[in-house]
Design a protein around this ligand. Structure first.
Ligand SMILES: N[C@@H](CCC(=O)N[C@@H](CS)C(=O)NCC(=O)O)C(=O)O
Length: 219
């Protein structure tokens, strides 16, 4: 059985969503981000990304991490590709070309979109959106997202999904990256095909089940 280290309020959410799509059993070891704790080294601190017991599994000190027997894998998107291959069926790549396209979009999402979308999300989460500094940051990051979101929009207008004309792990990976940009009201709506695709992704029962568990976790 797979073990997933992480919390729902982290990039592990994308892994929990995919596992839910497969209805795949797994063991969950909650590991909270050290930066969310006042003192991660305190004796009574919850198991966190700087706990020696976690660092011995993953020296990078970040969640999520997957274990399958002795096999240890980090990087949430690579983990999802592994889970998809394990689960098989329509969510997984059908052949080498689909595998390559899923890798291409995962890399594109992570390199061209994720950091900018996350930066916008943090400005909102930290209550800085209405400050001059926050507004300037949002404007700059929104500008950096313009081209990749337009690329995504035209791809989705033509194909409906990321890869293979059907819902796959590639949609989960990209949807979880684009979700961060939703923190800025109206931003995703500027890209109608992206907005429609994202709404469809979020309407899936597996996403809703994952989201409920996420909301049940302390903020
Ligand atoms: N590229 C990595 C990023 C992993 C990452 O940065 N995880 C964050 C939580 S979403 C983390 O564990 N941070 C720990 C810390 O900074 O203490 C992935 O996608 O898995």
């Amino acid at each position: 059985m797979l073990t997933i280290y992480g919390v729902y309020r982290s990039r592990a959410a994308r892994n929990f969503w995919l596992l839910e799509e497969f209805d795949m059993e797994f063991e969950h070891v909650p590991v909270i981000q050290a930066y969310r704790l006042p003192d991660p080294e305190a004796e009574n601190a919850p198991f966190n990304t700087q706990s020696p017991g976690f660092l011995s599994v993953s020296p990078a000190g970040a969640v999520p991490v997957l274990k399958d027997g002795d096999f240890v894998l980090s990087e949430s998107l690579a983990m999802n590709h592994y889970i998809a291959r394990k689960g098989g069926g329509a969510l997984a790549p059908a052949d080498d070309k689909e595998t390559a396209l899923m890798e291409q979009w995962a890399l594109y999402g992570m390199t061209a979109i994720e950091a900018h979308a996350l930066a916008i999300m943090y400005v909102h989460a930290e209550g800085r959106a209405k400050t001059p500094g926050g507004e300037a940051e949002i404007t700059a990051e929104t500008g950096r997202l313009r081209r990749p979101l337009a690329v995504l929009d035209s791809h989705l207008r033509e194909h409906g999904h990321m890869v293979g004309g059907r819902f796959t792990v590639a949609d989960i990976n990209m949807a979880e990256i684009v979700r961060y940009a939703q923190a800025e009201p109206g931003l995703v709506d500027l890209y109608p095909a992206v907005a429609k695709w994202l709404a469809n992704c979020h309407a899936r029962p597996a996403f809703k089940a994952m989201w409920e568990r996420r909301l049940a976790e302390p903020a």
